[in-house]
Design a protein around this ligand. Structure first.
Ligand code: AGP
Length: 609
């Protein structure tokens, strides 16, 4: 994920910028750059690669000056490269900007600016911001920034500098964090607290829509209308390690809590404002392109494979496409029936999983069109596939996948609705309802994360059981698979997921008194059937935790405990239902004293067969 730093004061800015950026390295990045005002002009140094490469580049002649901004980039728009690295400049080089987030309407702005004669050097969405400010500047930096903000749409933390008014740095944010650190005769800006805690512990956090004008002696905060805002200053008392985790105990729980934001970002710019269609500019398929697809195969590993199973439901039920899902390590050796009329979709958070990459190559060799759903721009899988849908979850550090999964589900849902729209397989009204439902998800995920106490209690109560079963039908079964994987991998509890109707064909023999069974019952069309399966396990004295939709009063009569998720569209339940299961796994692992972020025998990216 991108990182931002900024400095204004009496010291050499470059020193702090590099130090601050090094504290943000844990977030993952692919390029880095700084811009420093030397008293006459702004000098920009940037490069693809690790921070060490930037340090090497500037080692002989570090940019001198007391005002500067810096950035570590985690590519979204445009592959990792020198020119795509931040800071970005306008045509004159007199304005510089660094940016975290996504400018949703950048293509439209870029076209307009090109018509006006601006020359672009990068593929990024950010560069439009630098050219826009050049366009609007007429002697008042602050006014120009406000005009830029009125034009751009999306999520951002933006930090600006200009040669015209070098005594200030202006920053603002929308849905992306930005922190101001207050020093004596110097001030600091950062996207995250770890970047500044070596220099100051007096900080405040900017809120959405606020703009800070930072000089060496003062920080003025105002809203877009220019109304001054008094910020509450707080002393950070976290140590460096806690600061990296944003104050959370583990990366996994931090990433679970990042899901509302990650889900929102995955959808950003991809849902028509009037809810009438899905916009996937990265595909730009026609009706004919879709008509040429006779079969879809989805291939992935682990959690990504589970997202593929949900994807199959989406593509079959919403877009009426025939779909097969396979585990990558199986697919590549089973002589799959794949040809030019097949669309092969590979799903991979890292984009580097060896089995998935090999399966992708095999599908290509057989003539299939290929599409990757991945989180990492420039990864091997993104480069190998014909087309890519990025999940935009931000870097995932914990071994257990959480926000990668929910954003993969969103991506698969968007793809299914996109195809359904092109095929006219879905009524416009139904499409609208689903898009409306998608838009509600970030707030609903947030709501779910607000009250985790009951889940903590279940984890403490059942965390020492050696076996746990998950059951569900239809989409609930798909989520059960992911819930059981989460529990296994981080708490080492033996967990199995079964299609609820399949229990009686063997597994029911394992259900004995006191065994915890987590029964997912969010799917109305199979609800009664699921209740019968719950009765089957209750009759064997299992302890049942029912996971159902808010408003379902009936379930309480059949289970021992309940977890409710906010009411949503049937197809969107997996995105919410998985969150309590992630939390259950997390707190069970804590109860058992496990190493949550680095479970035994597992690696984040599996680059061996
Ligand atoms: C999930 O929690 C895992 N650690 C694992 O199953 C993972 O999803 C799998 O290895 C695939 O990784 P990828 O998405 O990076 O390809």
């Amino acid at each position: 994920m991108c990182g931002i730093v900024g400095y204004i004061g009496p010291k050499e800015a470059a020193q702090f910028l590099i130090e601050g950026m090094s504290k943000l390295e844990y977030r993952g990045y692919d390029s880095a750059g700084i811009a420093v005002f030397d008293g006459h002009k702004i000098n920009v140094e940037k490069t693809v690669g690790r921070l060490g490469m930037l340090e090497k580049k500037i080692e002989q002649a570090p940019p001198k000056g007391h005002t500067g901004i810096g950035h570590t980039r985690w590519a979204t728009h445009g592959r990792p490269s020198d020119v795509n690295s931040h800071p970005h400049t306008d045509c004159t080089g007199k304005f510089v900007v660094v940016h975290n987030g996504i400018i949703e309407n950048y293509l439209h702005i870029k076209e307009k600016l090109i018509e006006k004669g601006h020359t672009f050097t990068s593929e990024t969405d950010t560069e439009v911001v630098a050219h826009l400010i050049e366009e609007y500047y007429d002697g008042d930096f602050e006014a120009a920034v406000k005009k830029v903000l009125a034009e751009i749409e999306g999520s951002y933390a933006l930090v600006f500098m200009t040669e015209y008014e070098p005594d200030k740095i202006i920053c603002t944010k929308q849905d992306n964090p930005l922190v101001i650190g207050l020093g004596e005769g110097e001030n600091f800006i950062a996207s995250d607290i770890p970047a500044i805690i070596n220099r100051t512990r007096k900080t405040f956090i900017l809120s959405d829509g606020e703009m800070a004008i930072v000089t060496k002696d003062s920080v003025w905060v105002q809203n877009r209308q220019g109304v001054p805002i008094t910020k509450k200053i707080f002393e950070v008392n976290w140590d460096a390690e806690a600061a990296e985790k944003g104050g959370y105990e583990h990366f996994m729980i931090k990433e679970i809590y990042e899901q509302p934001k990650a889900i929102r970002e995955t959808m950003l710019g991809r849902l028509a404002k009037d809810d009438s269609s899905i916009i996937l500019d990265e595909l730009k398929w026609t009706k004919e392109d879709v008509a040429a697809i006779k079969k879809i195969v989805i291939v992935a590993c682990g959690t990504a494979y589970h997202a593929g199973i949900v994807g199959k439901y989406y593509l079959e039920q919403l877009a009426r496409m025939p779909v097969e899902v396979d585990i990558a390590s199986e697919f590549r050796y089973r002589s799959p029936l794949v040809d030019e009329s097949t669309l092969a979709i590979v799903i991979s958070q890292s984009g580097e999983t060896s089995d998935t990459l090999a399966a992708l190559k095999e599908a290509k060799r057989l003539g299939a069109r290929t599409l990757a759903v991945t989180n990492v721009v420039g990864s091997s899988i993104s480069r190998e596939a014909d087309q890519v849908i990025y999940t935009w979850a931000g870097p995932e550090i914990a071994v257990a996948s959480t926000k990668a999964y929910t954003t993969q589900l969103i991506s698969m849902c968007l793809l299914a609705l996109y195809i359904a729209g092109l095929k006219e397989a879905i009524a416009p009204e139904r499409l609208k309802e689903l898009i409306h439902g998608l838009k509600e998800l970030p707030a609903q995920a947030h709501e779910l994360l607000e009250d985790v106490e009951p889940i903590k209690t279940f984890a403490q109560q059942y965390g020492f059981n050696e076996d746990v079963f998950f059951i569900g039908r239809s989409l609930d079964y798909a989520v059960a698979l992911e819930g059981s994987l989460k529990l296994k991998e981080i708490s080492y509890i033996h967990a199995e997921a079964y299609a609820a109707g399949e229990l009686k064909h063997g597994t029911l023999a394992l259900i004995v008194e006191g065994i915890p069974v987590i029964a997912l019952a969010t799917q109305k069309d199979v609800y009664e059937k699921t209740l019968s399966n719950i009765k089957e396990v209750k009759a064997r004295d299992a302890v049942v935790i029912g996971l159902a939709m808010q408003g379902d009063e009936q379930i309480k009569k059949y289970v021992d405990h309940t977890i409710f998720i906010p009411a949503t569209e049937k197809y969107l339940t997996p995105i919410l239902a998985v969150i309590p299961l992630q939390l259950l796994a997390y707190y069970a692992a804590i109860t058992r004293g496990c190493d949550v972020d680095k479970p035994r025998n597992l690696a984040k990216s599996v680059t061996v067969e």
